[in-house]
Each structure stands twice: as C-alpha cells, then as structure tokens.
Design a protein around this ligand. Structure first.
Ligand code: FES
Length: 56
C-alpha cells in the first residue's frame, strides 16, 4: 500500500530500504524520499520503519 502519496512510497519500499541497510527513520527518508513534502505520512512511515527494523 502507499504510505506516502506525495512521493509514491509504499510500505514495501520502506521495508526494502531497511533490508538494504537503513537503520533509522532518517535513513529510510533519505533513501525513499518518504515525508519529504507535506509530511502527513511521517508517523505511519516511522511506525513501519520501526517494525521493519525490529524484524531484521
Ligand atoms: Fe508523504 Fe505527503 S504523503 S510527504
């Protein structure tokens, strides 16, 4: 599903960024562009990032 409509970032893309080595929300943002515009997706993006890191 889309997490970030502004930048077209999916939950899958966030999980992929973590599996490729991102270890923080900041790094996920850098790699995906998530939350770069309106920022409405930030809390969901952060939660998915946290969950993905916990599963690593
Ligand atoms: Fe992610 Fe707007 S929905 S920046």
């Amino acid at each position: 599903m889309y997490v970030c409509l502004c930048r077209g970032v999916t939950d899958h893309a966030i999980r992929e960024a973590v599996s490729e080595g991102a270890r923080s929300w900041r790094e996920v943002r850098k790699r995906t562009g998530c939350a770069d515009q309106c920022g409405k997706c930030a809390s969901m993006g952060k939660n998915i990032t946290r969950d993905a890191i916990a599963r690593e």
